[in-house]
Design a binder for this molecule. Sequence first.
Ligand code: PEP
Length: 259
Amino acid sequence: MRKPIIAGNWKMHKTIIESVDLVNDLKVSLADVSPDDITVIVAPVFTSLYAVHEVLSKHWIKLSAQNLFWEEKGAYTGEISPSMLTDCGCNYCIIGHSERRQYFGETDESVNRKIRAALHFGLSPIVCVGESLDQRESSQTFQVIEKQIRGGFSDISSLQMGNITIAYEPIWAIGTGKTATPEQANEVHAYIRKLISQLYDSKTADQQCIQYGGSVKPNNVNSLMEKPDIDGALVGGASLEAESFTSLVLGTLKAYSKA
Ligand code: PEP
């Protein structure tokens, strides 16, 4: 039985005070939600992580970073290590977001190194994969996803896959207001699950949490979460306000029921 995960990627938004205000609001608006039914994660900017951790201490909402570097320490100006993130209270880290691949040159190889480092230091990776509009329109979606999964998960064991969340995020749907239809999204999720079954085994594939990301909003969350292979969402824009993020959590709880 899989449990859905809703994660809010705040990207490069919010000061420390704004971040703390938002999690305080979420603690109130999600008061009736049980962590037995859903995992809720927030991913603030680095400068807000520790302050948010303090507000969330002893609360069930989990904390994620948006990126990391694979070395533990050293002369890597501007980078942050996995152990520094756990030191700030992080449980998760988003890895290989398309904005990092697109603007900061991340490759499947660097994604793989980051995944292995995160796991080594006890962080659960949320690994993003997804095709561009050109790739979708030239029927390369499955090829692109297969390459990202094979490269990203090279040398990762089935046991380790249990600590990994995959986020399918078609690049053309991120921040554009253009969501993949539930059918389009589920088709790729089912493909990823089949690939995991081939690379590992059917038990690993059945248990694999695969989130959808790309303009998930309160008005489309239910139809996406009803689909059999969609296990929650990685959310950008709609995670920046307590009201919309709470609607996504409640909508997911209502629509998600997978044996
Ligand atoms: C994201 O940042 O991963 C994302 C899916 O953004 P948005 O929900 O704004 O499309």
